[in-house]
Design a protein around this ligand. Structure first.
Ligand code: RM4
Ligand code: MN
Length: 403
């Protein structure tokens, strides 16, 4: 005899067990913040400065720590060299630890020097290439001091006109430079190679897509992995497909999350297309790559040009969490059954059910369990920190996209 009441009880128990799994996964999912999100930024037309902006990497770490304090899931700040150049990187690492966070990915910069007009590691002049590689090696020294695991490489290299340089020769130069850096990496260090379709080069970019990045990383070895910046594709590209392929190859190093309406807009992640973010996270969850141990870094790479910066980062972290929560709620067995049965609409419905779930109450409960405010955004606004930095950070030069 079927006891309906009993079944209902079992169902609830099952649901609760599932929610515990979902909550645990969310608690352990870490999001890394970019130091440059806290500095002034803008477009090539105008940088609108904001009061209270950090003057150096130490103050950026203090702001990043605020995001972590209110969200509980953002315990790392990536740095950009030379924007975050300091005299003593070990002290910067210790400062971050005192604030309850750590220094994460070290981002190299081979695009803001006059010498790099025709490229950096792919430049036709061996002297310029040498200079670029020296910078990358210096970044590895910095990783040693901060205890960072990853060196992020993004190259502005490319050409503007057909015939300007030899496409294939530039690839040889790229491979040679990458090899030199790869060989310098420590036991637990990795290099993550980021591709971008175009800009600042408008004809041929040297690392324009995941194919080029992957070919290079495979040739280098296990410590070289690909980074997916969500703003670095042509419109309409199926990014979750790329993510799935890289995960299958064991070559996804991490993400640079942001939103785009047009090109590399660097807007808040989950603002332009929360559904795309969900689809990406579904592939990540499906592959079991959410946890820190998976080696996939979930970084933000954004600029808050017109909105306040710390709240913008908090909002972004919350957006990622919402997408992750929804991806974790996908009825995996139901989906597999529908797929196996060729039930097109049924399978799609399983995914859409998860996406359509309002996960905000779940995330509020989770935060309460973690001793955090239910709404990190409002809690930050009420904290007075924003007013405090405006009053306190007077004088000096506000940080921006310059060394
Ligand atoms: C590039 C790329 C890099 C970022 C710089 C600021 O477009 O996304 O990841 O470090 O911008
Ligand atoms: Mn990026």
């Amino acid at each position: 005899m079927i006891d309906a009441g009993m079944n209902r009880f079992n169902f609830q128990e099952q649901e609760m067990r599932d929610l515990t799994v979902v909550k645990d996964a969310l608690k352990n999912h870490q999001i890394e913040l970019p130091s440059w999100a806290f500095g002034n930024s803008g477009t090539r037309f105008k940088v609108f400065t904001q009061p209270g902006v950090p003057r150096n990497a130490f103050e950026k770490a203090a702001d990043a720590a605020q995001v972590h304090k209110h969200t509980g899931v953002a315990p790392a700040m990536a740095i950009h060299i030379p924007w975050d150049k300091v005299d003593d990187y070990a002290r910067l690492g210790a400062h971050a630890r005192d604030l309850g966070i750590r220094i994460g990915t070290v981002n190299s910069n081979t695009f803001q020097d006059d010498d790099y007009k025709l490229g950096s590691v792919c430049h036709p002049d061996p002297q310029i290439r040498k200079k670029a590689v020296a910078h990358l090696l210096e970044c590895v020294d910095i990783m040693d001091a901060t205890g960072s695991r990853d060196l992020k490489l993004w190259f502005a290299d490319g050409t503007n006109y057909p015939g300007q340089d030899d496409i294939s020769a530039r690839q040889d130069r790229l491979a040679e430079a990458l090899r030199a850096v790869y060989e310098r990496l420590g036991e637990d260090q990795r290099m993550v190679l980021e591709y971008k379709l175009f800009e600042p080069s408008f004809y041929a970019t040297d690392v324009p897509d995941w194919g080029t990045a992957l070919v290079n990383c495979v040739a280098l070895g296990p410590k070289a992995l690909v980074v997916v910046d969500t703003g670095h594709h042509a419109p309409g590209v199926n990014i979750e497909f790329i993510v799935a392929m890289l995960l299958r190859a064991g070559k996804l190093g991490g993400f640079d999350f942001n939103s785009r309406f047009y090109a590399d807009d660097d807007l808040m992640v989950g603002a332009a297309d929360p559904f795309q973010l969900f689809r990406i996270m579904h592939e990540v969850v499906r592959a079991g790559a959410l946890a820190l141990s998976s080696g996939v870094t979930f970084m933000l790479d954004q600029c808050h040009n017109i909105e306040p910066k710390i709240p913008g980062e908090i909002r972004s972290v919350m957006n990622v969490q919402e997408a992750v929560a929804k991806a974790l709620l996908v009825d995996v067995e139901g989906l597999a059954a529908a797929q196996a049965a060729g039930d097109v609409l049924g399978a799609n419905a399983v995914l859409m059910d998860a996406y359509s779930t309002d996960v905000r109450p779940l995330l509020g409960d989770l935060r309460e369990e973690m001793g955090l405010p239910r709404d990190p955004y409002r809690a930050y606004l009420a904290s007075g920190y924003g007013e405090q930095i405006i009053a306190g950070r007077v004088g000096g030069t506000a940080a921006g996209w310059g060394a």
